[in-house]
Ligand binder design. Structure first.
Ligand SMILES: [Zn+2]
Ligand SMILES: [Zn+2]
Length: 229
């Protein structure tokens, strides 16, 4: 994001004071009380299908390991994640920073060579002005003191596919929509931490991971703020 946009957001924050997106109380975009009520992911997330708990797995996702701070079906977390991006990058960064700070003990893997945010297409980046996955990756690196480079241009996105949220939750449909929309033009380090804000079926992140694996990665770990449909 540009300095101009950042200042614009900062000014908006001063002139249009924040209120909690989840409970409407004035003060912060997400109040400390609502943040503390997020339903934590205490079980291991299946790296092949993203389910938690005992299940028969038919998943084909290529991740080495998957971590999330909460569930997307949690209305509190969901409403904040879906609405905060419309308040601008400054507000998003503030909310993500507080949330990750309070939950950083949930992060178990740090043995990676680089962080890679899931890229947006050029067009969507232009429309929105910032990539929310990049903001999550920057905050994660800073708050969790991950002493590895953030490679924001390692993975690139070509096609402007339909927004995944406009399709039903069908994994196959979503995989078709996203196919071939990522590429790398340089060698990928062995262990990659792929970062996104929300992962639902895993079709998009899965396709990104396959491209990273094809270009030199040996394992791709996935981390996101919220997981699940
Ligand atoms: Zn609140
Ligand atoms: Zn599974």
């Amino acid at each position: 994001m540009t300095m101009k946009n950042y200042l614009k957001d900062l000014l908006a924050d001063i002139f249009f004071p924040a209120f909690c997106i989840s409970c409407n109380i004035p003060g912060e975009w997400w109040c400390v009380d609502c943040r503390s009520k997020v339903h934590k992911v205490n079980e291991k997330i299946c790296s092949k299908c993203l389910k938690v708990g005992e299940h028969e797995c038919e998943g084909v996702l290529p991740f080495a390991c998957v971590q999330a701070f909460g569930f997307y079906h949690d209305p509190n977390l969901r409403s904040v994640i879906t609405n905060i991006k419309f308040k601008g990058a400054y507000a998003l960064e503030g909310v993500v920073k507080e949330f990750i700070k309070e939950n950083r003990r949930l992060l178990q893997f740090r043995n990676v060579d680089c962080l890679v945010p899931l890229p947006l297409s050029e067009k969507r980046l232009k429309d929105r002005g910032f990539n929310q996955a990049l903001i999550v990756a920057e905050v994660l690196k800073q708050v969790c003191c991950i002493d590895k480079p953030l490679r924001k241009n390692l993975l690139k996105r070509v096609l402007h596919s339909e927004p995944q949220s406009s399709l039903s939750n069908d994994y196959k449909l979503r995989s078709c929509n996203i196919l071939d929309s990522f590429y790398c033009d340089s060698e990928v380090p062995e262990r990659v931490l792929l970062v996104d804000d929300v992962v639902t079926t895993g079709a998009t992140a899965g396709e990104a991971a396959r491209v990273l694996l094809k270009n030199g990665a040996k394992e791709v770990h996935l981390i996101c703020l919220a997981i699940g449909a």
